[in-house]
Ligand binder design. Sequence first.
Ligand code: ZN
Length: 185
Amino acid sequence: MNGNDSQLESCRARMNDAQRDIDNAKRELDRLQSSIDALDSSINSCNYRIDDLKRSVDNEYEAVRICKAARDRYNADSHRYRAQDFQNAKEREISIRRGYIDQKRSIINDKKRVLDTLKQASARKKQASEEFHSRLDTLKAENARRKADYREKPCKGCGKTIRYNVNWSHIPNYCQECKEKFRRH
Ligand SMILES: [Zn+2]
């Protein structure tokens, strides 16, 4: 079989190109996924702190109510201030979380883009691979056809096997050695 068929080589090059793009896209997806995982973990920590601060705010306002009922204006005020502090801390935490969520959204868009690239590269690889195998089948068939055109028969002089192609205009009856011998006599 011909190892240097240009059509086969071009298919192989396209398969390799596509494979390189697939490998790059997969590496990029891994990288993006670990960023998403890290952001998810940061968002979860924010959620935990926000819930905690909400509870603190509620507790302080509950204390304000109790102090008011006891006509303890001084402690009621100090609980109100602390409630406000917790409320501010909660707002800050919510704003930090919004930042993480925006980053995550942008990375998810990047991920979609890379997934598209991966899909296209996979399609190119499949196409090139199909063409490669179709060309290979054609070459195999040609090769088999060429082989089928060869026959063997015994030399009329010495009986040694002569291999010949049915398409030759002259099919020899004698082997090379016998022909040499005749020429010398
Ligand atoms: Zn012979």
